[in-house]
Design a protein around this ligand. Sequence first.
Ligand code: ZN
Length: 505
Amino acid sequence: MNDVLLRTVRRVGTSGAPVDVHVVDGRVASAAPAGTLDPTSVDTDVLEAAGAWLAPGLVDHHTHFDQWALVRRRVDVAGCDSAETTAAVLAEVARTGVSDPVLVGHGYRDGLWPRPARRELLDGAAPDLPVVVISADLHAVWCNARALEHFSALVGRPLGAGDDGVLREQDAFDVTGALSRVPDEVLDGYVADAVEAAAARGVTRVVDLEMVFGLDRWRRRVHDGVDGLRVDSGVYPAELDAVIARGLRTGDVVDGTRGLVRMGPFKVITDGSLGTRTAANADGSGMLTWPFEDLVAVTRRAVDAGLVPAIHAIGDRANTLALDVFEAVGARGTIEHAQLVADGDFDRFARLGVAASVQPEHAMDDRDIADHYWAGRTERAFAFATLDRAGARLLLGSDAPVAPLDPWVSMAAAVGRDRDGRDPWHPAERLSALAAWRGSTDGRVGVSVGDVADLVLLEEDPLAVAVGSGSGSGSGSGSGSGSDALRSMRVLATAIAGRFTHRDV
Ligand SMILES: [Zn+2]
C-alpha cells in the first residue's frame, strides 16, 4: 500500500552512480541501476529525483520541543543594534499580519544601544497589538502600552513600567511565564508547525527532553494528526516513579502512536551551565546539583527499571562525576553536553560505553564566553575530535531552543567550528564530516536494501560539500565554505517509513 519509487537518486556513501530505489511498506525493498526499476502498480508514487542524493533520515538527540515550538514563533531581534531598529523590525512583522494575540520579539541586548528603549517606540510599531520584546538574558522585557495592560491582567497585578516600558527581574519572569502558559490546543498547533519545520530540514527523529514528561502529550498529538516526526520522550527524576509504575522502559513504543513515539531516556542534571557560570569545574567553580551517592542511587533505580540514563554534565568536574556514576552503576547511556572534559576522562567514554551527546552550535555561541571563563582550558572544551579519536560515540543535537532545531547547523558547527566569517575556534577539534554525519544518522552512512525507509533527499552530497572546512586539514585558515554549504543544505524530501513528511520535488 505504501509504495514509492525514487527514480535516479545517488546514494550518500557510494561513488554516486545513479540508481532507482523502491520503497515498499516502510522499507527499502530494492535498488538497481537508474532506469531499470518500473512502478509495480498504478498506485506507486513515482518521484523523479534527477540525481539528488538519498540518505538516512536525521536525528536531533537533544531538544526541548515544546519550548522550541514556543520560541520559534518569536521574532528574533538579536541582530538589532538600537531600540529604533528593533521597533522597526517588529513594525514590519506587525504590518504583515500577526495571528497570535501578542507580538513577541526575542533576544535584545541594549547594553551598547546609543539611546535607551522607550515604550512609545513599540506603541508606534503596533498601537493596537500587545508587543513585548524579551532580552537575551531573559531578565528584562520591553513592552508597549497594550502589552503592559495585557500582562497586568494575566499575572493579576498592575505591572508598572516607566517611560522605557521595561519590566525587570520578577516582573519580567512573570511575563515570560505567562507567555509559556498557553492552552494545550494552542501549543499543539505551535508544535505541529515546529514538526513540519523539522521535517523540512530532514529530521525524522528527535529526543525530547522537555522538563515535564511529554509522552502523553505526544500521544495526543499523533492522534490529532501531528505525525511528521518520531519522538523519544525523556523523563526527569520528579516523574521517575510514575514512569516506573507504568512499566515504561527506554525504547518501548507507545500504543496508539503508529510506532512514532517511544519512551526516551532518564535525564538527570548534575551541574549548571557555562553562560550562567554554574558549570561544575575541577577548579572548584560552579555547582553540583546532586551528591554523588544520591546520583548513583537514582540512576541505579532508573537502570533497574529499564531506563537508559542521559546525564547532563557541562564542566569537567561534572563530567568526571557523570562518568563515575556510569562506572558505579555499570550502565551505558549518554552524557548530555560533555562541554569540558578532563584529559584523563576522554578514554573513559568508550571504555564505559557512554556516548557523548553534544550540541556543536553551542561552541559557536559560547566561544567568547569559554575563552573568558575557561581560559587556559579551552583546548579540551567542545573537544569533538579528541572525543572521536578516543573512541567515544558522538551524538549530535541542538538543545533547541538554545540553538535552532536544525541538524545542518549542528553538523556545520562540528565540522567547521566557524561562523559569521570568523576564524575556526580550536580548528584541531573540528570533527570529520563522516563522524558528524554518523552522529546525526544513528550511525548510518548510506541507505541499504532492507533499511527502514526513514530517508532524506538532498540537493548535494553532504560528505562532499563538507570537505574544505573540516575533514582534518588542520591548516587553521578555514575558508568556511564547507560549513556554509552544510548550514544551507537544501532538503528536497523527507520520509518516515516511506511516508513523506516533507516534499519539495
Ligand atoms: Zn537541554
